[in-house]
Design a protein around this ligand. Structure first.
Ligand SMILES: C[S@@+](CC[C@H](N)C(=O)[O-])C[C@H]1O[C@@H](n2cnc3c(N)ncnc32)[C@H](O)[C@@H]1O
Length: 253
């Protein structure tokens, strides 16, 4: 999968691209990330990419010409044109479903805003998919873009060591939050690992994990537990969606 990141601050990505899973994914040829600077398409004596908003107001806006010119130059850089994605707090909120949808694309072009954001004609003219990482304002689209890349690459086959890992995470196949997990030591500062996880009875462990997952989701994120209608009394009840479990193991086995 290829990401083309359009930004005024490409250097922000350097350390992110050279560490951990993403670094390995790039080395293995599973992911490529190309960084582009809008400023390379700025024209005029001062090479400006931003200007004051018409009608007044604080701050500066990224102008249309360098953005349109950059995209027209970058799209032909690969065999297939990519899906344009604009990072904006006004977009569709990123969740696991959207991450899964985005992971289906072979190429994404991520437009990172700065200052007060983009001239609205960039949105009107290019019709990007507008994505927000949450109801808060970041200084720029770079961290939101990294966050998107981080979540998407987990779904690319070969990127995670254990191919099944992402299926059992919170929000994934079961749609619920994941159950609590523990590793060595068995006891730490008076806190112990639940006995059931130590007895080697895989069926019992799975039942406990399913029950914990449901309970945790009900306590913290009731909105994720869909009501279902019970045929008997037609009363809605909370649905329990059992997880397909990976092989139960133990750090001590
Ligand atoms: C300071 S913000 C501009 C916010 C804009 N004036 C508004 O109120 O909607 C600058 C840039 O950061 C990025 N950004 C900020 N918050 C974001 C969020 N929650 N999700 C995605 N991108 C965000 C966008 O690219 C945006 O153009």
């Amino acid at each position: 999968m290829r990401f083309d990141v359009l930004t005024l601050f490409p250097d922000l990505f350097e350390s992110y691209l050279s560490q951990s899973l993403l670094k390995l994914a790039i080395q293995r040829g599973l992911v490529s990330v190309k960084l582009w600077n809008f400023r390379d398409w700025a024209t005029g004596k001062r090479k400006s990419v931003d200007d004051k908003p018409y009608g007044g107001g604080p701050g500066m806006l990224i102008m249309c010409p360098p953005v349109f010119d950059a995209i027209e130059a970058i799209q032909p850089d690969a065999e297939q044109p990519g899906q344009l994605v604009m990072l904006t707090p006004q977009g569709r909120k990123l969740d696991q479903k959207l991450v899964e949808e985005l992971a289906q694309h072979k190429r994404l072009l991520l437009l990172c805003g700065r200052y007060e954001g983009f001239d609205d004609r960039i949105r009107q003219g290019l019709q990007p998919l507008e994505v927000s990482v949450g109801d808060f304002i970041c200084n720029g689209g770079e961290v939101p873009a990294m966050l998107m890349i981080d979540a998407i690459i987990r779904l690319i086959p070969g990127v995670l060591g254990d191919e099944t890992s992402h299926k059992y995470e919170s929000f994934s196949e079961s749609g619920l939050l994941e159950y609590p997990q523990f590793t060595r030591p068995r006891e730490f500062r008076g806190m112990t690992v639940p006995e059931v996880l130590l007895n080697g009875n895989h069926a019992e462990i799975q039942r406990w994990q399913d029950q914990q997952s449901l309970q945790r989701t009900q306590e913290r994120r009731g909105d994720l537990v869909p009501p279902v209608v019970d045929d008997k009394d037609k009363k809605p009840k909370r649905q329990r969606r059992s997880k397909m479990r990976r092989d139960p193991g133990s750090p001590e086995s």
